[in-house]
Design a protein around this ligand. Sequence first.
Ligand SMILES: Nc1ncnc2c1ncn2[C@@H]1O[C@H](COP(=O)(O)OP(=O)(O)OP(=O)(O)O)[C@@H](O)[C@H]1O
Ligand SMILES: [Mg+2]
Length: 330
Amino acid sequence: MAEAMLEIADLVVEFLTDYGWVRVVDGVSFSIRPGETLGLVGESGSGKTVTSLSVMQLVPSPPGRIAGGSIRFAGRDLVGLPEAELEAIRGDDIAMVFQESMTSLNPAFTIGDQIAEVVRRHRACSRREARERAVEVLDLVQIPDARARLGAFPHEFSGGMRQRAAIAMALACDPKLLIADEPTTALDVTVQAQVLDLLRSLQERFGMAILFVTHNLGVVADLCDRVAVMYAGRIVETASVFDLFESPRHPYTEGLLQAMPQLGERGQRLAAIPGTPPMPWQMPQGCRFHPRCPYAETACTERDVRLEAVGQERHVRCRRSGELALAGAE
Ligand SMILES: Nc1ncnc2c1ncn2[C@@H]1O[C@H](COP(=O)(O)OP(=O)(O)OP(=O)(O)O)[C@@H](O)[C@H]1O
Ligand SMILES: [Mg+2]
């Protein structure tokens, strides 16, 4: 088995709020191997973005801080690394694509200049070579007539094209790890599918690892090898995509699968999980999911549960996991 390229262990992230320091990511651990695509899923507010921003030490501080844990990339802990060393890694070995392409793109500069600038920051090359690389990556993301578009400003592109340009910029230095946080959520459905196809083909071609953040399990099924499910700042289950869909081990995962629009069956949404996730300053005692869990017993409300290894490459945080027969996706 290949060694992990990214290994997050016991990550704790806190924000200073009106309620004092609140923990929004609480002991998160997972790893990604070279070339692997890991989906990080969970409802809004579960801590997916904060986790992914932590990798590159981009959690806004203040009000945030990484209060514990380690994030090892290629053997080196990124937590607490000096800013200059982080800058050398960002955009080079690790690149990010965000939900909103304008988070990566600067409206005041042309697409070509922005991509060339990333290349020149990390590679010893001439202006001309950097521009050639920009043409190359714009071609890769299937921007038609790439050379002629170098002089375009972001606002001259459609939403889908802008997201492609942001992906091109992320690819400019051949990253080993691409972190994509809801990269297609802001796009309409057809464009979403095109951008996902593009990511899949780029992954096949270049073999970079991808941390893919999404609330959409359908996208996970399409794109990912493994999944980590987050709830209320914690990982509740990790498994291969196949195992997760076939036989979820955590009631929350079962709920997410049941709430998935069933493809091919009139596409209507089935039972959403009743209730809402807790706020980080009022996490329930015991299992954090117990107030919404149809299988909760008294012990679930009292005792905290650890993430336990169950079989090959699977982890689950549920004391009843062994006795429940949960339903997978149809
Ligand atoms: N700058 C901030 N200040 C205070 N709290 C924050 C800040 N950023 C995030 N949080 C809190 O951290 C928690 C996790 O947020 P995060 O954005 O990681 O969720 P998410 O899983 O990415 O949700 P979504 O699916 O909506 O993107 C939430 O409770 C959020 O309110
Ligand atoms: Mg998010």
